[in-house]
Design a protein around this ligand. Structure first.
Ligand SMILES: *Cc1c(COP(=O)(O)O)cnc(C)c1O
Length: 393
């Protein structure tokens, strides 16, 4: 019952996916049932065998989740979406579905901390060999590949410096590679609206739905998107490993998705304006935001992204002490270790998101002690700016 997919982002956020629900309600229904009941043994068997439409047991899949998945697939322009219990579950299920013991994985050095930890620890448990590459090396992936390279797992834009993988260079380099591994991209910071990850050539796109997709800091979920032949083994592992998202969370996420486009538009606009003002502030030595011409990936962002995003980072003059003072003096902007919600948040990467790295490791990717990262929310810019100015004073 999929209707024709609308093309504008706001319309797609609202009307993407399934048609109107059979009971006629304008809002999507929530079916909390964890178990389904059947009229006969034949009906039970037919459902188990997939000959009859319907769900069996919520861990396998539930109607509320299917509806959220179809909205997510419409937003990303994907054939299928697999909703799961967190962004980390999305990464773990992808690893489990794609890789076998002895396989080689190429990942970017600039990676969400939890994903790096998973690749190190669980990767070792599963007998995977993982190499972490700087973004600059990704244009010549062929020279880093082995016969056993099965998966390339990247993130773009990255956190906290909002640097980008050059998709065109990556795909061109892969044409020269001896074989084609599975390409997966964590596009959490771009959302499905900020870039066309599947169109760029990735096989699988992952998002932490805890961030922009949910958007209100009140749910934990994740999603993997791609063609049905790629997502089928991920869906199977979701069932076996028990990593589905429960119906209430799926429903809340679906509700959040309806306003994704307007939240994202406002958050991107706020980030650009704050980045410009911070760049002109005497106490700020450097601002990292791809919408600023001073960002090393500004031109790449203009070519590759539909929006510059809502994450920015800035270096406060005076190192750790100055960053600590600024951080502690914020009154409106939350001191919170996340991103993407409607409320603006700031974190100190060196002591939070990137604390597991050594000082040298942080230096390698450009994270200094004076760096603060901000996730722009939907507040009014004058209020956000007053808070930042007073904190920096
Ligand atoms: C938050 C985040 C994750 C992990 O998502 P959870 O929902 O917290 O499990 C993965 N990748 C990126 C880029 C993130 O920001």
């Amino acid at each position: 019952m999929t209707k024709e997919q609308p093309s504008g982002p706001s319309t797609r956020s609202l009307h993407g996916g399934r048609g109107r629900h059979p009971h006629g309600g304008l809002a999507p229904p929530l079916f909390p049932a964890a178990v389904n009941a059947f009229g006969s043994l034949e009906e039970t068997i037919a459902t188990f065998e997939g000959r009859r439409e319907g769900t069996l047991y919520a861990r396998f899949g539930h109607p509320t989740g299917l509806s959220t998945e179809s909205r997510l697939a419409a937003l990303e322009g994907a054939e299928d979406a697999v909703l799961c219990s967190s962004g980390m579950a999305a990464v773990a299920l992808t690893l489990s579905a794609v890789c076998r013991t002895g396989d080689h994985v190429l990942a970017s050095l600039e990676q969400y901390g939890g994903v790096a930890e998973l690749l190190h620890k669980v990767g070792a448990d599963w007998g995977l060999e993982v190499d972490f590459l700087p973004l600059e090396a990704l244009g010549d992936l062929g020279s880093r590949m082995r016969d056993t390279t099965r998966l390339v797992l990247l993130e773009s834009p990255t956190n906290p410096l909002v640097r980008l993988v050059d998709f065109r260079a990556l795909m061109a380099g892969l044409e020269r590679a001896p074989h084609r591994p599975v390409l997966a991209l964590d596009a959490t910071l771009a959302t499905p609206l900020g870039q066309d990850s599947l169109g760029a050539g990735f096989d699988l796109v992952l998002h932490s739905a805890t961030k922009y997709l949910g958007g209100h800091d009140d749910l934990t979920a994740g999603v993997v998107l791609g063609s049905r032949d790629r997502t089928a083994p991920i869906r199977e592992r979701r069932r076996m490993l028990g990593a589905n998202c429960d119906p209430e969370t799926a429903w809340l996420l679906d509700r959040g998705l309806m306003t994704l486009a307007i939240r994202w538009e406002r958050q991107c606009a706020n980030a650009l304006e704050l980045a410009r003002r911070l760049e002109a502030h005497p106490k700020v030595t450097r601002v990292f935001y791809p919408g600023l011409p001073s960002h090393p990936h500004h031109e790449l962002a203009r070519r590759q992204m539909r929006a510059f995003g809502a994450i920015l980072a800035f270096e406060v003059q005076g190192g750790f002490e100055a960053a600590r003072r600024t951080f502690d003096r914020l009154r409106l902007i939350a001191r919170a270790p996340s991103l993407g919600g409607v409320e603006s948040m700031v974190l100190h990467p060196a002591t939070s998101s990137h604390r597991s790295l050594s000082e040298a490791g942080r230096r390698e990717i450009g994270i200094t002690d004076g760096l603060l990262r901000m996730s722009a929310g939907i507040e009014d810019v004058p209020d956000l700016w007053r808070d930042l100015e007073e904190a920096l004073a």
